[in-house]
Design a protein around this ligand. Sequence first.
Ligand code: PLP
Length: 496
Amino acid sequence: MNDIIYSSTRGAAEKLTASQAILKGLASDGGLFVPDHIPALDKSLEELSRMDYAQVAYEVMKLFLTDYTEDELKACIKAAYDEKFDTEEIAPLAEAADAYFLELYHGATIAFKDMALSILPHLMTTAARKNNVNNEIVILTATSGDTGKAALAGFASVPGTKIIVFYPKDGVSPIQKQQMVTQKGDNTFVVGINGNFDNAQSGVKALFANEELASWMSENKMQFSSANSINIGRLVPQIVYYVYAYTRLLKEERIRDKEYINVTVPTGNFGNILAAYYAKLMGLPIAKLICASNENKVLYDFFKSGTYDRNREFILTSSPSMDILISSNLERLIYHICSNDPNKCRSLMELLSRTGRYDISDEMQQKLEMFEGGFCDEDTTLKTIAGIYKSCGYLIDTHTAVAAGVYKSYRNRTGDQTPTVIASTASPYKFTGSVLRAIDPGYVSDDDFDKADRLFELSGVPIPSAVTDIRTAPILHKTICEVDEMEAVVRDFLSK
Ligand SMILES: *Cc1c(COP(=O)(O)O)cnc(C)c1O
């Protein structure tokens, strides 16, 4: 048996199986769970190219989630990747502007978070059963907009679970907000905070680390878990679509077997691109991992200089799901490039929380060769949407446009002609205001649903049901709180 054991990026003592790590979310010392090794793909790319999404998902996930039985894992996959997606391909590829756009937004909430959050509740309830956990699982989540709704959609009305979502009150798009505050389900609770995403995320991390709260929870037969991308159960399902994308290109003879591709990912918390890195380590032929940031370009600066420095102005952009200065999942990459040394990783993360910055050694930086950082400003983002729409008739959202803009300048600068997959992370209908500003700047309306109609008129791309469904839905969640009230709000909801 080649079982994978998970331990913290900050300490080696805690050793868990995959299902235990998924249940727990975050390690006791505040670190993230990492596998003790990255397994290699055990089917050839050619074999995988003959499989559908669910089959590829099984072949990839079984290698990481080694304590799930075949039946358990297949049942989770089957429950996740079904009619909730509006295409049987689950993650189709579209060719435009010298790249392949991997459309990860065909799920229930029209953003790529659905790819993992449609399966996480099943992985988690299966994990509870396997580990004889009878406590109620309380999902605690901070969202920059898309995770919240995708997690709510995944966990709503799932027996044995409750879900609490904190979002920055003024930091999400109108459609994102409407999606969350209209969420149905007795076990759901949505709270706006006076603060930005980093405040929400730090607040949630503090609640996880609050021992008094944890013992109160366990007295009341409850325990926390996380649906944020720090949960290894989010990361593993995201590896799947990179393998799937490669094998579709192979099947359609757009690439030869074992030919290298590049991957460009619009990045915020570093989860999606870390999944691509894991796919590469598993043996998928990926040359460059192009990490695209918006004007909050902390990752661009990091890849360029080897210094991570969050001490800077937080900028609200048209790609709000990437408005992040503390990219949580980068901690996993740091752990791997310091040769899986948790002590070294911990000291860097302590520096980050104490001073807001840290430097990596030259030796560590050399291991980042396959990463290419880039960023795209607001003006270029909108021009990229307009340019691709006009030249190819293909419509992308602002987040995807950041990636497309970064890729274009990378390609122009380097002349690198390697076939490239761009992770397309949201439907243009999730960010109608900005997308319209790009392609129809003369149009004015202060109603996001009217904007959706206009976008349909212009583009002919059908309005997804995720948008039409919330148009007239009643607002069910009105709580707003300060960051230092988060604990009280949580206790209050859980006491009901
Ligand atoms: C979450 C999100 C991102 C950023 O993904 P990370 O995994 O946090 O890097 C990019 N685009 C959209 C639309 C998102 O919802």
